[in-house]
Design a protein around this ligand. Structure first.
Ligand code: NAD
Ligand code: MN
Length: 488
């Protein structure tokens, strides 16, 4: 290859030959039914839609649109399985199934990673090293709790809630399914899961894995479809609990809908995470942390560090290094093992990102965008950093949910706290400093469910994750995550 047709050549960054993962292992079916009562069944209304690969815009498979009556069937199957089987199964028995599911996810990890990357557009490196291992880890972790619920700190005889309706987004399709199903099943509930319409494939593959694990029929039901399907699940009187991850707008709607019912609710919504950088922070690690905080998964991350708050004394240096690093990020084929930034998940999401970025320019922020070449087909957005951002700018207040970082500055720790907390959200923040006491002082004052110190986007099944304020309520992960599925 010549220098000229390669991106980033002007910075002299290392060049790599393409190293694509093979799609052959995915073995996708042409169309998928709904997973109800242990079997894949045709939707009652025979309505279907297509899921595409956002990197190529090519159709991957035809998916069933679950109707109100399909949701009804799924909820009834879940109820029957709860009454007759799952609520009578001992914790140790439930644990065996969860361990088995975890093991099969590991065994089929390559297939799952490929399917996830094809359907979602995220780099194979991330689906292989983050999404799939963490999904397995969640099942392993909650398997461990299934026979120890009385030691989880919720009294000596905590009881399951019943049938859980679970609605998940498209940014971490398999991982979100695992975050929802594993604690619910460990605690003795049965489930109806509604995956996002642009990324249903890994959940359907999980349906096959549940069959392979011999999970009793009806314990987990997977009904694909759009917001109409999700809405039918929220409204079904046979559901005892709703767990939702997605946008704050839909979360608000769901909260209103269940307000007068017996249903329990947990919401994991958007965010506008502040990544706070003090002048004494270890600079190279911190630059990588900022990059990972916003560009991981194309920035389609609710806890993304999308607002960088940098101490004024080092702001110029940090910005220069950031822009340089952004220029070196490899954007392109998500199936290539060297890709850092894959495709934007949908045309809709790309439109939203472009709108907010246009506001950023209009409102006077300074834009730096990577000069990387973008593929002709598919949905792409080059990694972008905005400097000179002020608190009132829309790009400092609204969740962009894309590879776009807004940089603000501060002089004193007090100012950093005031700016970080000046948001309606409260999901996650990061603090970078060499000094432990300063980090703790800062963490105590941040209004956020999660604060990372000298790192970012660290997920672990043992540690609780969730928000405050408009980022929602309830925790997933850790023993806190059990509380959402127990009558305590
Ligand atoms: P969304 O909230 O519309 O979708 C999330 C899930 O909810 C999907 O499964 C969807 O089918 C379902 N849904 C939609 N309307 C529903 C309704 N009325 N009742 C029940 N279920 C419903 O999210 P989106 O449109 O895909 O993304 C919009 C914005 O949401 C993004 O730009 C981003 O800011 C935010 N978002 C946040 C997260 C997160 O992890 N917190 C994930 C995805 C999107
Ligand atoms: Mn898709």
């Amino acid at each position: 290859m010549t220098e000229n047709n390669l991106p980033n050549s002007k910075l002299g960054s290392l060049q790599y030959d393409p190293a694509p993962e093979s799609a052959a292992i995915a073995k996708l079916k042409s169309s998928y039914g709904l997973f109800i009562n242990g079997k894949f069944t045709d939707p009652s209304k025979h309505e279907q839609f297509e899921t595409i690969n956002p990197a190529t815009e090519k159709r991957l498979a035809t998916i069933s649109q679950g109707s109100t009556s399909d949701i009804d069937k799924a909820v009834k199957a879940a109820r029957k399985a709860y009454d007759n089987v799952w609520s009578k199964t001992t914790g140790a028995e439930r644990a065996k199934y969860l361990y088995r599911i975890a093991r099969i996810i590991q065994e089929r990890s390559r297939e799952l990673a490929v399917v996830e990357t094809l359907d979602n557009g995220k780099p194979i490196r991330e689906s292989r090293d983050v999404d799939v291992p963490l999904a397995a880890a969640h099942f392993f972790y909650y398997a461990g709790w299934a026979d120890k619920l009385e030691h989880a700190g919720f009294g000596n005889a905590p009881k399951p809630i019943g049938v859980a309706g679970q609605i998940i987004p498209w940014n971490f399709p398999l991982m979100m399914a695992a975050w929802k199903l594993a604690p619910a099943l460990a605690a003795g509930n049965t489930c109806v899961l509604k995956p996002a319409e642009t990324t249903p494939l890994s959940a359907l593959l999980l349906g096959e894995i549940l069959q392979q694990a011999g999970l009793p029929d009806g314990v987990v039901n997977i009904v694909t479809g759009d917001g109409v399907t999700g809405s039918a699940l929220v409204d079904h009187p046979g559901v005892d609990k709703i767990a939702f991850t997605g946008s704050t707008g839909v979360g608000r709607l769901i909260q209103q809908r269940v307000a007068t019912s017996h249903k329990r609710l947990t919401l994991e919504l958007g965010g506008k995470g502040a990544n706070i950088v003090y002048e004494d922070a270890p600079i190279d690690e911190m630059i990588e942390g900022i990059i990972d905080g916003i560009f991981f998964n194309q920035g389609h991350v609710c806890c993304a560090g999308s607002r960088l708050l940098v101490q004024e004394s080092i702001a110029d240096d940090v910005l220069r290094r950031l822009v340089r690093r952004v220029e070196q990020l490899r954007v392109g084929d998500p199936m290539d093992k060297n890709t850092d930034i894959g495709a934007i998940n949908s045309a809709d999401q790309l439109k939203r990102i472009k709108e907010l970025v246009a506001y950023g320019e209009q409102e006077g922020a300074t834009r730096y965008t990577s000069s990387c070449e973008l593929p002709k087909k598919g949905f792409w957005f080059a990694p972008t950093v905005f400097a000179d951002v002020s608190q009132s700018h829309r790009i400092a207040r609204e969740e962009i949910f894309g590879p776009v970082l807004s940089v603000l500055t501060f002089r004193t720790p007090e100012e950093a706290i005031t700016k970080a907390n000046n948001t309606n959200y409260g999901l996650a923040c990061g603090v970078w400093s060499e000094k432990g006491s300063r980090t703790l002082w800062t963490a105590e004052r941040l209004r956020a469910g999660v604060v990372w110190a000298n790192t970012y986007n660290k997920f672990d099944p043992t540690s609780p994750f969730g928000g405050t304020r408009e980022s929602g309520f309830g925790r997933e992960g850790g023993k806190h995550g059990l509380e959402a599925y127990l009558n305590v």
